[in-house]
Design a protein around this ligand. Structure first.
Ligand code: GDP
Length: 304
């Protein structure tokens, strides 16, 4: 009956209009509803716990005043806290003073990195940049071809090792670190002002994959390392994000597959445990299904 958190909280407080200050019992009832809403949105359990205690602290001390009833007051606090954790304002890409800007993508296999590479490159091209895609996922047999297909759709060139040639970048035995370095050198030489480096993922967090990602990062010193995470990942978001945080120390997060049913709890989990901003959202399989991430809109989605 009461679908949104706002509805539930307003119901919890329906008899409390006019109270000057929220009591501990009032706040406990509210916090229970907040926990339930966040768990429904698939926010990771430890993150829910920490968030709920912050809300309790703020709500207990807050004055209920003016036009807001106590329920609305708490909803306002919850919303503000969510937006703050999610990064506040939309965080823009950091562009290098001396081009090319180097952007490295990292994440589990299937997270949506290659698809994102196409979307991001097309978006950048639309903004007047001249991007180059670099195929460093030499693990998956089809990954290089997939990036080439995506690049074609985006109208963006792809630097890739050539299987079956005598090039030192032969796939699949080619060294992804060498490909990444050569890709950045190619961009510099051909005056591309942005390079997007796609890297290999594994189905689960894996020491060898992380080591490879770290070696690529150290070799090309990216301006941004974007961690791509599937919005449907649910409770695993915390451990995966921590592993990539420790492994490659990413600078921003991209939430993929937001076109699905996920309420976006993974965004809150990742932002909360790493303190890194979510920057972009991937919303479909098409090359244009891509948007800037808006913390305020995501807060509403999580609370819905
Ligand atoms: P990678 O292994 O991280 O490079 O992941 P891919 O880019 O290959 O994506 C894995 C699968 O998810 C592919 O089938 C994509 O078409 C699909 N995919 C990627 N991003 C999205 C998205 O935002 N929404 C949906 N619905 N599917 C996506």
């Amino acid at each position: 009956m009461f679908n949104s958190l706002s509805d539930r909280l307003t119901a919890t407080f329906k008899n409390l209009r006019g109270k000057g200050r929220l009591s501990e019992a009032d706040v406990d009832a509210t916090v229970r509803e907040i926990r339930r809403a966040l768990l429904d949105a698939d926010v990771a359990v430890p993150v829910v716990r920490e968030f709920a205690s912050r809300i309790k602290e703020r709500a207990l001390g807050s004055e209920v005043s003016g036009a807001l009833n106590p329920g609305q007051q708490v909803v306002k606090i919850v919303n503000e806290e969510l937006v703050t954790i999610l990064g506040g304002e939309t965080r823009r890409l950091r562009l290098a003073k001396n081009p090319p800007t180097v952007i490295m993508l990292a994440g589990l296999q299937g997270a949506g990195k290659t698809t994102l590479a196409g979307k991001l490159s097309k978006w950048l091209k639309g903004q007047g940049h001249s991007p180059l895609l670099v195929a460093c996922d030499l693990q998956r047999p089809n990954a290089v071809t997939q990036l080439q297909v995506v690049g074609k759709r985006a109208g963006v060139p792809v630097f890739a090792p050539h299987p079956g040639t005598t090039s030192e970048f032969d796939a699949p035995t080619g060294d992804p670190v060498a490909v990444a370095e050569a890709g950045v050198a190619e961009a510099r030489q051909k005056l591309h002002d942005v390079v997007i480096v796609d890297t290999a993922g594994r189905l689960g967090v894996d020491a060898e994959m992380m080591d490879q990602a770290r070696r690529i990062r150290d070799a090309i010193t990216p301006d941004e390392v974007l961690f791509v995470i599937d919005a449907m990942i649910g409770q695993d978001a915390v451990n995966t994000a921590k592993a990539f945080e420790d492994g490659v120390d990413f600078t921003g997060v991209v939430l993929s597959k937001l076109d699905g049913d996920a309420r976006g709890g993974a965004a809150l989990s990742v932002a909360s445990v790493t303190g890194k901003p979510v920057m972009f959202a991937s919303t479909g399989e098409g090359v244009d299904d891509f948007e800037l991430f808006h913390p305020d809109r995501m807060a509403s989605r999580i609370l819905d």
